[in-house]
Design a protein around this ligand. Sequence first.
Ligand SMILES: C[S@@+](CC[C@H](N)C(=O)[O-])C[C@H]1O[C@@H](n2cnc3c(N)ncnc32)[C@H](O)[C@@H]1O
Length: 277
Amino acid sequence: MTAPRLLRGVLLAGGAVAAAVVANELAGKPIPFLRWSALRMLVDLPGLDKRGQVGDGRERALALYVIKNSRGGDIDDVIRAIDEFARKKSFLMNVGDEKGEILDAAVRRAKPKLLLELGTYCGYSALRTIRAMPADARLYSIDINSANARIARQIWEHAGVGDRVTAVVGMIGDSGTTIARLRNDYGFTEAALDFVFLDHHKSAYLTDLRRILEEGWLHPGSVVVADNVKFPGAPDYLAYLRANEATLWRTVEHETHAEYQKVIKDLVTESEFLGKV
Ligand SMILES: C[S@@+](CC[C@H](N)C(=O)[O-])C[C@H]1O[C@@H](n2cnc3c(N)ncnc32)[C@H](O)[C@@H]1O
């Protein structure tokens, strides 16, 4: 193809996308993924899960929206308001409502007492986890981004569940600081950890899970759920689970969709640890 024809093709495709987005916005955003806020996030996608914020202030705006538009002390209403913001205002990289139900069911099945989440963002999946976990359970949620931890805490306090979850700023792969904090301050001891939700930097899923295994925190029956295994994708993590199926792990692969739309497919894995590394 010649350069002018290629350029014309690119301009036509760009124009078609822009027209579709304008029509969608004018029609009240019936197609959640066809929005400026979603496209902006897609453009930013490489490394977004590593940086933690989109860069246009939408996470801060979410906290203000939730406080203004949901009933304090009502966790269901707070979750509803976050989903509403993600669908109608700005797209958010939450686990979302469809995959959230898979997470809810896994937490209910596991009946965990000590839970760890990697990737807090604005605290949405933590809210769903808290709602599904037993009353005496405790969740620790880790994020590298301190601004996200602040926003999540604000939303959890508003939902009335701030005493059931601890936001930890750090990362499993920070040469020992966060691991030591979990061990020394928060009771992460041999075989104490019942449930892990992986939803942070996709290429860290496998290394961080291996680090958790090295610490000996899991026990036979501990459950590890991972989001975004197909989109944006954690291929090394999926290959590891499949290679160790029925020996180290028993995994259910939940076919689903990426958050807040039905076009892009995703996979959530739910893996039971069988013991012996
Ligand atoms: C997809 S978002 C998490 C969404 C959240 N679990 C929810 O559903 O509400 C990913 C988050 O992981 C954080 N993150 C990225 N790399 C990380 C790492 N190595 N350790 C901990 N958090 C990390 C980012 O700052 C971002 O807030």
